[in-house]
Ligand binder design. Sequence first.
Ligand code: NAI
Ligand SMILES: O=C(O)C1=N[C@H](C(=O)O)C[C@H](O)C1
Length: 248
Amino acid sequence: MIKVSVVGAKGRMGGNVVNAVTDADDTELALALDAGDDLTRITPDNTDVVVEFTVPSVSLDNVLTLIGQGVDVVVGTTGWTDEKLDQVRAALAAAPRKDQAVFIAPNFAISAVLTDYFAGIAAKYFESAEVVEMHHPNKVDAPSGTAIHTAHTIAEARKAAGLAPVPDATETDGGSRGQVVDGIHVHAVRLRGLNAHEEVLLGNPGEQLVIRSDCFDRGSFMPGVLLAVRNVGSHPGLTIGLDNFLSL
Ligand SMILES: NC(=O)C1=CN([C@@H]2O[C@H](COP(=O)(O)OP(=O)(O)OC[C@H]3O[C@@H](n4cnc5c(N)ncnc54)[C@H](O)[C@@H]3O)[C@@H](O)[C@H]2O)C=CC1
Ligand SMILES: O=C(O)C1=N[C@H](C(=O)O)C[C@H](O)C1
């Protein structure tokens, strides 16, 4: 059995992870912690893998503490920058165990992972590309971590193919053209009734390709979380993206 502790256990995602870990045949719940709890209660004696779903402002500190505790960590929280990732790599280099692992996924849902993957394949064939993400109004960050990741995926594919910047003759913009991430416009919608959705729009003269993921329920993330829990230990160091554990 894999002993799993959950940090952010009282949250929307953390609560689902507690149930998924309890229900799966090969995992068991160790500790379920949330804001105000002492993370140093988590040790290799009681925990093999920690799943961290909290808020972007605290996630780095939590991950650094957990690395120091000598356990592997699966992270779903958003807000990761290159600078923060470098801090994780440095902490892993000085970790108590040589083969310690941290896995971060912008999105654990297969539909979202494939949307990102297909966007990377399609991007070089299209002159225009934009990303629209749509979420529940309780989400604290915008644009979504997934949309930022997808924008980078598209941008890298365009650069590799030697494409020019996306065409855009906008002269006045009060913010309606979205946030530009790596040259790609990203738009964020917050709407009651939605959960987590992303559309990649790719355009050429006379045609459009739309790639869309709809996660109607947080259960959609749980198979990916469990896949990461099962695989993190065999990938020492920092790994980013569920595609690393899928045969794409
Ligand atoms: N990678 C993925 O597939 C997904 C990622 N997310 C991301 O996961 C994060 C959490 O999302 P939700 O569960 O919807 O948020 P939420 O607000 O429902 O839950 C966050 C939880 O973290 C707790 N928390 C805050 N500070 C803490 C601390 N210092 N230590 C421990 N716990 C602390 C809060 O009390 C709360 O229970 C967000 O960044 C969200 O974007 C959400 C869905 C899927
Ligand atoms: O906050 C959410 O709900 C989600 N957050 C992640 C993100 O920001 O990409 C993943 C998913 O979109 C749900």
